[in-house]
Design a protein around this ligand. Structure first.
Ligand SMILES: NC(=O)c1ccc[n+]([C@@H]2O[C@H](COP(=O)([O-])OP(=O)(O)OC[C@H]3O[C@@H](n4cnc5c(N)ncnc54)[C@H](O)[C@@H]3O)[C@@H](O)[C@H]2O)c1
Length: 211
């Protein structure tokens, strides 16, 4: 928004976010903030939608699994236009192949405690122009800390001088991406022309690894 002439309408119900995170933009003439839950319809005309709502931390998305899956499914169904959906590595859940190519469908437990998030992220409406970016462990300023994600645990633990919590067996590998890089990629993903209308499945893992 800083470098362009775009107007931004930001809708959030603050379940894991907060108004304080947006302080910099509140009052800006090209920024509008709406308290809104995407499970309810919102009738506004826009050119592009960055669909980023959904608690990303396991602690939060498991807290109310029904709301989580509703946010992903109903929230996505109520959008139309050119949409960027931030999907997640969780659609592969416990993948048997590394790294995951787009031809790999994952190893999902449909009755597991995480399925509200995993299956919600796998639900996409057909017949709309959508780009799906699979993002992995993005971290940056103002993120919720100590909420069970590797970045949000490690960084504050390291800053406090605490021991880092390593989950068993300790041999896991992860890709990380800093927020400013992530935004450039998301804007690029939504700006890139696609010839096919429907679901576009893009795996950004290798690209983010190169950055
Ligand atoms: N951070 C990552 O590494 C990562 C990885 C994979 C996918 N994602 C996806 O990217 C998006 C953003 O992730 P994040 O890390 O910023 O998560 P976050 O939990 O910090 O932010 C999610 C935002 O969505 C809002 N929200 C949740 N449910 C809502 C609803 N029903 N209506 C309106 N607003 C609602 C929250 O208040 C919050 O501001 C999510 O869709 C997440 O699944 C993130």
């Amino acid at each position: 928004m800083e470098n362009e002439k775009n107007e931004v309408i930001f809708a959030d119900n603050y379940v894991t976010g907060s108004k304080e995170n947006l302080e910099k933009w509140i009052g800006h003439p090209r920024f509008e903030l709406i308290r809104h839950d995407v499970r309810e319809p919102l009738l506004i005309e826009v050119d592009r939608i960055y669909h980023l709502v959904c608690p990303a931390s396991p602690i939060f998305y498991k807290y109310n699994p029904v709301k989580t899956i509703q946010t992903n499914v109903i929230g996505t169904l109520s959008m139309s236009g050119v949409i960027l959906l931030t999907s997640t590595s969780e659609v592969y859940v416990d993948p048997l192949i590394h790294p995951q190519p787009e031809s790999y469908w994952g190893n999902v437990n449909p009755i597991g405690v995480r399925s509200c998030y995993d299956e919600g992220k796998a639900s996409v409406q057909h017949g709309i122009e959508i780009r799906i970016a699979r993002i992995f462990n993005t971290y940056g300023p103002r993120m919720n800390i100590d909420v069970g994600r590797v970045g949000s645990n490690f960084i504050p633990q390291a800053l406090r001088g605490d021991a880092l919590t390593i989950q068993k067996p300790g041999t896991q590998t992860r890709s990380f991406c800093y927020l400013s890089t992530w935004w450039k990629e998301m804007i690029l993903a939504l700006s890139t022309l696609v010839t096919q209308v429907g679901s576009q499945w893009w795996n950004w893992l290798r690209r983010l690894r190169r950055l």
